[in-house]
Write a protein that binds this ligand. Structure first.
Ligand code: SAM
Length: 215
């Protein structure tokens, strides 16, 4: 692949037109972190045809697969799937190189790697320090979605996000009117596998709120 792990020095030098033929600068709004084989991207593409949506994936072969999948969808469906793409990077290191403050309106973490051992907890994609970055790139009112089949990981994510001052849990009214919620447990390859194996789906969703310390 021509894509390198080195990120742009800042968001303004990112060449988004290589990902989306018709995009303006820094218009990506939805981000799927650890997108895997891309099922969510493809579902979101037609549901939100006017939004630019990006998957981030660290495994090069998986990214290549998603790229091929999108390419073939574009070939067989004229003028569709132009609003989704995938990028290879480490989401734990480089997000602020790609996205401006408050650029994003939706951030997805679906079935992240559980990293069960205590010594591996530092590799979990939700942590207090990473939440500060996620809050930075999300606009106020933006949504952070999580899903997992691992109860321990669910409790971990829920606790850390709830404890963070810049996020608040979505109300049941907000949840029931949000068209992304049904996709969380159905659209991705991992979600389908969990269902196939008779596993549980746990979801937790939060809104980015105004910083109480900023006037
Ligand atoms: N979200 C997808 C789904 O639901 O089918 C994939 C879930 S899979 C268990 C977790 C994915 O996150 C893997 O594809 C893995 O390569 C990716 N990943 C793990 N750590 C990452 C990181 N730091 N940056 C980007 N992707 C990462």
């Amino acid at each position: 692949s021509i894509q390198n792990l080195l990120p742009p020095v800042c968001p303004s030098v990112m060449k988004w037109s290589e990902h989306y033929p018709d995009i303006g600068p820094n218009c990506v709004e939805f981000l799927d972190i650890g997108c895997g084989y891309g099922g969510l991207l493809i579902s979101l593409s037609t549901l939100f045809a006017d939004k630019y949506i990006l998957g981030i994936e660290i495994r090069i072969k998986v990214m290549d697969y998603v790229n091929d999948r999108i390419k073939s969808l574009r070939l067989t469906n004229a003028n569709q799937y132009l609003n989704i793409s995938v990028l290879r990077t480490n989401a734990m290191k480089y997000l602020p190189n790609y996205f401006n403050k408050a650029q994003l309106t939706k951030l997805f973490f679906l079935y992240p790697d559980p990293h069960f051992k205590k010594s591996k907890h530092k590799w979990r994609i939700i942590s207090p320090s990473l939440l500060a970055e996620y809050a930075y790139i999300l606009q106020i009112g933006g949504v952070l979605y999580t899903a997992t089949d691992v109860l321990e990981v669910h409790e971990w994510m829920k606790k850390h996000i709830t404890d963070h001052s810049l996020f608040t849990p979505m109300t049941s009214e907000e949840l029931s009117s949000d068209s992304c919620i049904p996709l969380l447990t159905t659209s991705t390859e991992e979600a389908a596998k969990v269902t196939r194996n008779g596993g549980q789906h746990y979801i937790a969703c939060f809104k980015r709120i105004h910083d109480p310390y900023v006037k």
